[in-house]
Write a new protein. Structure first.
Length: 161
């Protein structure tokens, strides 16, 4: 039997990183999100530069439901990726739409926020990693079931009312 080694493109590896971020976030795996930034930082709502800080920031900013998740679906789309010629760094810009539903509190499925992610990636030991991620809010809907009103994101909620 012939063994075939498949190698995916740098663009696809980066798309997978972007998707893994949203999958982990929606599952409530904030430690997993933090691990994605072992070589990077998140620059929204301050500077968070290690997994533990990123995990703590997410826990303090988001409402967590009894099932351990924020009950969201983060959708990233229209991603534009630019790989630098030396293939050791890259940038990406993606649109973000966050959907949420809270049946227990009669909050029907709806988009609660749009925005853009601006990402910088670094290739380290042959693997792509997040180097930096920043979020710019576009439109805000009813964030009362999403953002923690006592967390650092409360100011953003008030500014967008």
């Amino acid at each position: 039997m012939n063994q075939v080694n498949y190698k995916i493109s740098s663009e696809r590896e980066i798309e997978n990183l972007i998707a893994r971020y949203t999958h982990l976030l929606d599952k409530g795996d904030f430690a997993g999100v933090g691990a994605l930034f072992a070589h990077g930082r998140i620059g929204s709502l301050g500077e968070f530069t290690n997994g533990a800080d990123i995990e703590a920031m997410l826990k303090s900013n988001l409402q967590i439901y009894p099932n351990g998740t924020p009950q969201t679906a983060h959708i990233t789309t229209n991603t534009v990726i630019k790989i630098n010629e030396d293939e050791t760094s890259a940038t990406a810009k993606s649109y973000l739409i966050i959907f949420q539903q809270d049946v227990e509190r009669s909050f029907p499925l709806q988009p609660v926020m749009t925005g853009t992610y601006d990402d910088i990636f670094a290739r380290i030991d042959g693997q792509w990693h997040f180097k930096e991620r920043s979020l710019s809010m576009g439109f805000a809907g009813d964030l009362s079931h999403h953002a923690n009103p006592d967390g650092p994101s409360a100011k953003i909620m008030k500014d967008n009312e």
